[in-house]
Design a binder for this molecule. Structure first.
Ligand code: UGA
Length: 438
């Protein structure tokens, strides 16, 4: 199948390369010429495991091209919309500027029978509006909504072997049948593996996506709310999570208490969902998401407070080593990153912050040049008055407490991800504090 992918960020670049890997002929389009020149040379413009390998293999087979010119999308039968829907400046709603611009620029290059497939996360009602615009701009062209559930760090795996596929199809039965047949061909490999396919309407498909992210965010904030209580009564949140997680109705995944969630999706998606529900007159139905957001942001503050408390209130000009900057391991993404936020807040309180991360230093430096950065753990730890672990990269989880104790000035550690063994760290002479752990 000849396909185009409009927007080549974290979602689109992975989607384009994965579609080519699955055997389709792909043209990726983006307005960012630097990103396109990197991708055209089959280099990944950001860190994502397996992406360099599939860019190289699909590129070598001649199935993957990139362009800054939307006209190059012409001739493809299926056009994926994978542009960003960031939070609006000064509000909670999603900014649809990029989605609208992508559709408008694509319309002159569509042919009757073409299928536009929305993958971006949008407020419910967007697909119907865009479908009308596509039908008006190119009679005979159609639109489907096919939300994406990939996780950064596992994006290639999640795209090639998804755990489910959702098709939001047009209401016209003929268009729906054509769109479904095209999507079935696109996802033939996953369908042959018995991946569940949910066939539904636009609005359900749009809601599935935001509901999934709202649920995940709620699960994390639930355990972080329990951590707040555990801190008061000296209970242990990790044992609590294990114990409730053994109940298969609850499950242990996404019950890791810590500095909370960040990234380009969960925080802005729950805010956009709240804003959309208010527009629909159902603000109260998801008003709990405001609390989910508030709990989440309090955890960042809690880490900062713990550092100040452990330093006896004297943080000014104390060297604090911040381990991690990306919003999660195996990513260089610092959008709404709790780790970067903690580093910035500590710096704002007067600490001499030295932040270390294996992949996210360049992105962090662009946003916050006022911080001192290194990619070398030893440099970060040397002479530190306190250490704060905020992104659980494997190399930080596996840190040898005895080796680290020899480098720092004072052996104080705040484990913002509850990923270290407190007994081992205490045995090596450290004062250890976790999140919701006695
Ligand atoms: C999330 C969803 O998991 C994907 O299914 C979805 O496709 C994606 O958003 C999206 O909308 O594009 P992602 O943002 O890559 O994926 O990251 P997650 O793995 O969900 O982690 C989000 C944040 O939650 C991270 O900061 C992580 O550290 C934090 N987290 C996760 C916790 O604090 N505790 C946990 O137990 C799990």
């Amino acid at each position: 199948m000849k396909v185009s992918v409009i927007g080549c960020g974290y979602l689109g670049a992975v989607h384009a390369a994965s579609m080519a890997e699955l055997g389709h002929e792909v043209i990726g389009v983006d307005t960012d010429s630097h990103r396109i020149s990197e991708l055209a040379a089959h280099r990944a413009p950001f860190y994502e495991p397996q992406l360099p390998e599939i860019l190289a293999s699909a590129g070598a087979k001649g199935r993957l091209r990139f362009s800054t010119d939307i006209a190059d999308a012409g001739g493809a039968r299926v056009h994926f919309l994978a542009v960003g829907t960031p939070q609006k400046a000064g509000g909670y709603a999603a900014d649809l500027t990029f989605v609208d611009a992508a559709v408008e620029s694509l319309i002159p290059h569509l042919a009757p029978g073409d299928l536009v497939v929305g993958k971006s996360t949008v407020p419910v009602g967007t697909a119907a509006r865009l479908a009308a615009r596509v039908a008006e701009g190119c009679p005979g062209a159609m639109l489907a909504w096919n939300p994406e559930f990939l996780r950064e760090g596992f994006a290639v795996k999640d795209t090639i072997t998804p755990d489910r596929i959702v098709y939001g199809l047009p209401s016209d039965p003929d268009h729906a049948a054509t769109a479904k047949a095209l999507l079935d061909e696109i996802y033939a490999t996953a369908i042959a593996r018995d991946t569940p396919v949910v066939v539904t309407d636009y609005q359900t498909a749009e809601l599935v996506k935001v509901a999934a992210n709202a649920f995940l965010a709620t699960k994390i904030s639930f355990i972080n709310a329990m951590a707040e209580i555990a801190e008061v009564v000296d209970a242990d949140i990790t044992q609590l999570a294990d114990a409730i997680g053994y109940d298969s109705r609850i499950g242990r995944k996404f019950l890791n208490a810590g500095v909370g969630f960040g990234g380009g999706c969960l925080p802005k998606d729950i805010r956009a969902f709240t804003a959309r529900a208010e527009e629909l007159g159902r603000g109260e139905s998801v008003s709990f998401l405001k609390e989910v957001d508030a709990i989440n942001l309090r955890r960042r503050q809690r880490v900062v407070d713990l550092v100040i408390e452990m330093l006896g209130g004297k943080i000014y000009q104390r060297k604090v080593a911040v381990l991690g900057l990306s919003f999660k391991p195996e990513s260089d993404d610092t959008r709404d990153s709790p780790a970067l936020d903690v580093a910035v807040q500590l710096k704002g309180r007067g600490a001499d912050v030295v932040a270390v991360d294996p992949k996210a230093v360049p992105n962090s430096m662009r946003k916050h040049p006022q911080l001192a950065y290194t990619e070398d753990l030893e440099t970060a730890l040397s002479g530190a008055h306190a250490v704060v672990l905020v992104t659980e990269w494997a190399q930080y989880r596996q840190l040898d407490p005895e080796w680290a104790a020899r480098l720092v000035r004072r052996p104080l550690i705040i484990d913002g991800r509850n990923c270290l063994d407190p007994a081992a760290w205490r045995a090596a002479g450290w004062t250890y504090r976790g999140m919701g752990r006695s």
